[in-house]
Design a protein around this ligand. Structure first.
Ligand SMILES: C[S@@+](CC[C@H](N)C(=O)[O-])C[C@H]1O[C@@H](n2cnc3c(N)ncnc32)[C@H](O)[C@@H]1O
Length: 363
């Protein structure tokens, strides 16, 4: 027989999942506003009726009217004349909301998470199948939306923090990057390339080689590089970082949010030892997950486990053999991979960020 505690737990979960479902549906409507340029057009115009916004964005007025009403009801947009006829109401983007929805360089920008959600949903049947077969889902299959979401989710962090806070917090690395002769940086698993571009912008002497094995990501990185004014110091290469023939003498090797995605992290880490100069540094940024499994977990842990189930684990298992790490790569796991790859130590760097942790791999 259900106790009062059971009933309260039932009601709390039902309420929580209802809120989560509502949030998931609303985030999809945010995605539509992003993709169709509705938010951008609203911000440029200041305010608009459904017909004006539809004309501006090349969309159909009836759909736009419904979307505007939904956005206002959800509290994302404002309508000052709610009592007017539906086609005469004027909608606007409140100050501050534009930054969250549109500004790609703002640390408050959240729209890439909507893109992630839609990308994850698009491969959900494949993930379901992978649960049955034990196979995986290649990163490529998450499509343009997945690549864009990954690139744009980290872009504000790289643009605002990497060169001004994170690398300066590693004094010897920072000093080497500003010194002569100009340092060479290898940005391994560079994805959309924003980290490579941010390093080159922050350190005007360095040259950066970005490596990634995903062809579409390398193409995207090259497209992102165009017009940045660091084109002469940044190059992107289609390359598996686990290739034992990869050799170099880089003063800094970075791997941002990617070790946990790799099917063969030990092989890649071993290859990094051949990439870094004798006096160089290997810096890894990965998820700031807890040191031990704790349930229930905090929001970061919950977020990382959803990424893991929906994306990183299936991506990691798309190759065989695979370490099958998943997003929740705890510090001990990285220590084990690094030791197996021949590194003497892994230092946790004193860089504070709520989602990411920084490590230095010591040869
Ligand atoms: C989560 S994304 C991170 C991308 C980028 N560093 C960022 O922070 O946005 C992981 C990236 O690792 C790349 N990757 C995975 N295994 C790799 C390997 N063995 N060599 C090079 N790149 C790899 C994937 O193609 C993908 O672009």
């Amino acid at each position: 027989m259900a106790t009062d505690t059971d009933t309260a737990a039932r009601d709390a979960l039902a309420e929580r999942l209802f809120g989560a479902a509502l949030g998931a549906y609303e985030i999809m409507t945010v995605h539509l506003g992003d993709r169709l340029g509705l938010y951008r057009a609203l911000r440029e115009r200041g305010e608009a009726t459904p017909a004006e916004l539809a004309a501006e964005t090349g969309t159909h007025e009836r759909y736009v009217r419904e979307w505007l009403e939904q956005q206002a009801v959800a509290g994302i947009l404002k309508v000052d004349d709610a009592g007017a006829a539906p086609d005469e109401r004027r909608y606007r983007l409140p100050p501050g909301h534009g930054e969250v929805l549109i500004d790609r360089d703002s640390l408050a920008h959240v729209t890439p998470m909507a893109r992630f959600g839609v990308s994850f949903a698009s491969v959900l049947p494949d993930v379901e199948e992978a649960f049955r077969t034990g196979g995986g889902v290649p990163w490529e299959d998450y499509g343009e939306l997945g690549r864009d979401a990954q690139g744009d989710a980290n872009r504000p962090l790289f643009a605002n923090l990497l060169g001004s806070e994170w690398l300066p917090a590693i004094p010897d690395v920072h000093e080497r990057l500003v010194a002569d002769p100009p340092a060479r940086v290898a940005d391994v698993a560079c994805g959309a390339g924003w980290s490579s571009i941010a390093i080159a912008r922050a350190y005007p002497k360095v040259t950066v080689d970005g490596y990634d094995l995903d062809e579409s990501s390398v193409e995207l990185a090259r497209a992102n590089l165009a017009g940045t004014e660091v084109e002469d110091r940044v190059a992107f290469h289609l390359r598996d970082a686990g290739d034992p023939e990869l050799a170099g003498s880089y003063q800094l090797v970075t791997v941002f949010e990617a070790i946990h995605d790799m099917s063969q992290p030990v092989e890649v880490l071993r290859a990094l030892r051949g990439l870094v100069a004798e006096d160089g540094a290997v810096v890894v940024m990965d998820e700031r997950v807890a040191d031990v499994f704790t349930a229930p977990g905090d929001e970061v842990e919950r977020l990382m486990y959803t990424y893991s189930v929906l994306c990183c684990l299936p991506v990691g298992l798309a190759d065989t053999p695979s370490a099958g790490t998943g997003t929740v790569m705890r510090t001990d796991t990285l220590r084990r991979y690094a030791a197996d790859a021949g590194f003497a130590d892994v230092e946790v760097l004193p860089i504070e960020h709520e989602v990411f942790r920084f490590y230095r791999l010591v040869a």
